[in-house]
Design a protein around this ligand. Structure first.
Ligand SMILES: [Zn+2]
Ligand SMILES: [Zn+2]
Length: 224
């Protein structure tokens, strides 16, 4: 199915995936209007806060396996459209746009390698590609860091959408398994940070594989 869509992408004039203007996959105006996140942030989970805090209302009291999480942009309606096209149509240009936004917004992680949230087998085959890995590879080039596939899946992940925080945590607990030994300091890349449950479960698997410090880097973040 995605094959046909890609063929159409070649034949039809390019249109902005957000506003439908002709010309580019993401037009200049929409690119400039991306809702970039800026300090002050929660030091731990990266949520925007009124002043810098070590822990915020969103993450305090939660056991999080990562040291910090940072994102380039807030997840709004435009970003949702962009990520949907990136996922469903495999538009590589969008991976580059996302990587540019991340590299602009964030300093390189204090890590010796990047890894990515491993694809859910069924779903990634259906799409034919994997945004988290594409983003990690693009960032690896920009930050001159190797990208290592360190994580596997123990089981397919039921959909997270619409679940409460506690249910999300239960849903992802144990879903990731280390595929190989991890460097001590590693950065985990994903497209969106929603509740932190997926990032924490993946970071926990990395720590079992030898990581002492895991930084999470995402393109977008849900802001409550
Ligand atoms: Zn546009
Ligand atoms: Zn926080």
């Amino acid at each position: 199915m995605w094959c046909d869509v890609r063929l159409l992408d070649l034949i039809l004039p390019m249109r902005c995936v957000v506003c439908d203007a002709a010309g580019e996959q993401l037009c200049r105006a929409c690119r400039d209007a991306l809702p970039r996140l800026a300090p002050p942030l929660c030091d731990r989970c990266g949520a925007p806060t009124a002043w810098p805090v070590a822990r915020c209302r969103e993450c305090s009291g939660r056991r999080l396996a990562f040291a910090s999480a940072r994102a380039a942009v807030a997840y709004d309606e435009c970003v949702r459209r962009l990520i949907r096209s990136w996922k469903e149509r495999g538009l590589r240009t969008l991976a580059a746009v996302a990587a540019d936004a991340v590299a602009d917004a964030l300093p390189p992680p204090r890590a010796t390698a990047l890894t990515f949230v491993s694809p859910d087998r069924g779903r990634s085959l259906e799409r034919g590609h994997h945004p988290a890995e594409q983003l990690a590879r693009q960032l690896g080039e920009r930050w001159s860091l190797p990208v290592l596939p360190l994580l596997g899946r123990t089981r397919p992940l039921p959909r997270q959408r619409g679940l409460s925080l506690a249910d999300r945590r239960r849903n992802v607990a144990g879903a990731f398994a280390p595929a190989r030994e991890s460097p001590t300091r590693v950065a985990l890349v994903d497209d969106v940070y929603t509740s932190g449950s997926t990032a924490s479960a993946a970071a926990s698997a990395l720590r079992k594989a030898g990581a002492r410090r895991v930084e999470v880097v995402t393109f977008a973040r849900v802001v409550r």
